[in-house]
Design a protein around this ligand. Structure first.
Ligand SMILES: C[S@@+](CC[C@H](N)C(=O)[O-])C[C@H]1O[C@@H](n2cnc3c(N)ncnc32)[C@H](O)[C@@H]1O
Length: 350
């Protein structure tokens, strides 16, 4: 399925020679799945065509499917499958944030490769590839390590000094990557999350590493909190656009309706976090997205309403500062495998 989504524009391009706009959506999907199998699987071509034709009988379009796939197979040698066609909206979102041809072209190219997997250690180690904590994930996970993207690590590594108080609430904490890392830097973490499925993964992680971090099942927006905080981490739910290398389907799901829904939730979560923050307290807002709506757009709206909030400086040569926040720059990790893209901003309540 990952390859289906990676190749979606390439396959649209190939199919333009065989079908037109009137071809039903379901049939286009069947054809694109078949092309993915023809070019990226070991399955025999006759079996791929047979299955697609059988399936399309229900939709009474089997003759068309048969003709298109046989046409593709006849021309298979001349079809270039290593093209780099990428959905236009993705290129635009990328340009808007990074405005640099070298970086954008690196990011777009990375859409076509499975990403490097990293493991993060909870103690300083030798033989790491970055900051004494990050190693490649080869076959086995090393003891006292957990799986996390290097960009995720970079965020916590760079914001940990901004907090003055090491008692922190992590509001969207599961499966626990950021809580575990903060704990390893000496923070006392109160973790909450609303999803039991995600909490179960969190519990598995801390059990495996024998860590003492408590997590409670709570919907942050519906729960009451008896105390105020100096340090809050909000890793808000989002489109996950920044994880497009491992989840290439996220690009196809980007649309204004979903983004506005996410933005609304993100703003509500920031508003509630600010209401729980003491004077001089710090709220760090993170999303694994680089769409304007979920990043700078969210912070713009919050700053317009809350005039006493200021943005703290974050020190990292792996991030790019833009307007009211910072984006992880995957190009800066290119020699060790690249990274997902995150947005982070640290808000201070004055
Ligand atoms: C981006 S993930 C968090 C990843 C986590 N911080 C980590 O580093 O491993 C977002 C999380 O927010 C949780 N979430 C979404 N809405 C929530 C709410 N209203 N209250 C609490 N948690 C929520 C989801 O269940 C999900 O686990």
């Amino acid at each position: 399925m990952q390859e289906y989504y990676r190749q979606i524009e390439n396959h649209n391009f190939i199919l333009k020679n065989y079908i037109n706009d009137k071809t039903p959506h379901n049939i286009k999907v069947v054809l694109k799945i078949s092309l993915t199998l023809i070019f990226f699987s070991e399955k025999p071509n006759f079996a791929i065509v047979n299955e697609a034709v059988e399936f399309s009988k229900k939709l009474k379009k089997h003759s068309l499917v048969n003709a298109v796939l046989r046409g593709v197979l006849r021309n298979k040698k001349d079809i270039q499958i290593n093209k780099r066609n990428i959905p236009n909206n993705f290129v635009k979102i990328c340009d808007d944030v990074f405005s640099n041809e070298k970086i954008c072209s690196y990011i777009c190219d990375s859409f076509f490769h499975k990403p490097q997997n990293y493991q993060i250690s909870i103690e300083d180690k030798k033989n790491t590839i970055y900051e004494k904590r990050v190693a490649y994930l080869e076959k086995e996970l090393e003891p006292n390590s957990f799986i996390q993207d290097i960009g995720n690590f970079e965020i916590i590594n760079s914001i940990k000094e901004i907090y003055q108080d090491k008692n922190i609430i992590d509001i969207c904490a599961a499966p626990g990557g950021k809580s575990i890392l903060l704990h390893s830097y000496g923070f006392k973490v109160e973790a909450i999350d609303k999803s039991q499925r995600q909490i179960d993964k969190f519990l598995q992680n801390i059990k495996r590493m024998n860590l003492n971090i408590k997590i409670s099942k709570k919907d942050f927006l519906k729960s009451k909190f008896p105390i105020y905080y100096n340090s809050i981490l909000l890793d808000a739910p989002c489109s996950a656009l920044g994880t497009f290398r491992r989840n290439p389907d996220v690009i196809s799901k980007i649309n204004e309706k979903n983004l506005k829904f996410n933005q609304n939730t993100q703003i509500k979560m920031i508003e509630k976090s600010l209401s729980l923050l003491n004077k001089n307290g710090i709220l760090v807002y993170i999303v694994c997205s680089f769409h304007h709506f979920e990043t700078m757009g969210v912070i713009d709206k919050v700053l317009q309403k809350h005039k006493t909030i200021t943005i703290e400086k974050i020190q990292s040569d792996k991030m790019i500062k833009k307007d009211n926040g910072y984006f992880i720059n995957p190009y800066s990790f290119k020699d060790i495998g690249g990274s997902d893209i995150f947005f982070v901003t640290a808000l201070k309540k004055n």
